[in-house]
Design a protein around this ligand. Structure first.
Ligand code: DX5
Ligand code: ZN
Length: 224
């Protein structure tokens, strides 16, 4: 395992700041850090790979000064290889990129590893498991999208979650499987039962006034 990604064997919840108040990001991240979480999920969107635009390296670089959380960046951008270095310099602890826009996934994983951080490989709901099969074992984490990427607060797609089991069979127990999209206290039990161990939740945490309580509800729903 390369970098600071929490070792397998625990269930980690990674709140997505997409649903946080962007004018108060440092405070918002501070709240989930205080609640005892280790990771925060940073959704980077470029308006091309997905029909929405969020933030990039300059914002992450500033946030880095305010938080010791594991910065789990999820690049929903075209040409992730072109921008990986900028995100590394900004201080992310993990780069997850999409297989749909990565012509050389093995090279990009190596580039990320050479920088001393972990690499995640992501697949959209309509992308079959076979697309990642050859490269999955090279990554530290596989990210299974359970909504079409681009926006927070969408409904969980069960058919996409059903890919967790076959992916777990391919990667074995030593690689994290992260799920992203529509995760709340109901769906958390479904995805952990299927074998996911890293849960992204935006709306279900930052959309709630009491973040600690929202995190607790998700944690209690997880099947160990
Ligand atoms: C979707 C993003 C997700 C999103 C999840 O494109 O990758 O991380 O913020 O939001 P919820 O938990 O609200 O579905
Ligand atoms: Zn995400």
């Amino acid at each position: 395992m390369i970098g600071k990604l929490p070792k397998v064997g625990t269930i980690e919840i990674a709140p997505s700041i997409l649903s946080a108040d962007f004018a108060k990001l440092a405070d918002e991240i501070g709240q989930v850090e205080k609640a005892g979480l280790k990771m925060v999920h940073l959704d980077v969107m470029d308006g091309h790979f997905v029909p929405n635009i969020t933030f990039g390296p300059p914002v992450i670089e500033k946030l880095r000064k305010y938080s010791n959380l594991f910065f789990d960046s999820h690049l929903m951008i075209m040409e992730p290889a072109k921008y990986a270095e900028a995100f590394i310099k900004a201080g992310v602890d993990n780069i997850t990129f999409h297989i749909e826009v990565a012509p050389n996934p093995a090279d990009l994983i190596k580039k990320i590893h050479d920088a001393g951080i972990s690499a995640g490989l992501c697949l959209n709901p309509e992308t079959p498991v076979s697309k990642i099969e050859k490269y999955a074992h090279l990554a530290d984490m596989i990210l299974v999208m359970t909504v079409h990427p681009g926006f927070g607060g969408q409904s969980f797609i069960q058919a996409a979650a059903n890919k967790i089991k076959p992916i777990r069979q391919i990667v074995g127990p030593d690689i994290r499987i992260e799920v992203d999209g529509g995760i709340d206290s109901k769906t958390a039990s479904i995805v952990t039962e299927l074998g996911a161990d890293t849960l992204v939740a935006g709306n279900a945490i930052f959309g709630k006034p009491d973040r600690a309580k929202a995190i607790e509800a998700i944690r209690n729903a997880c099947v160990k």
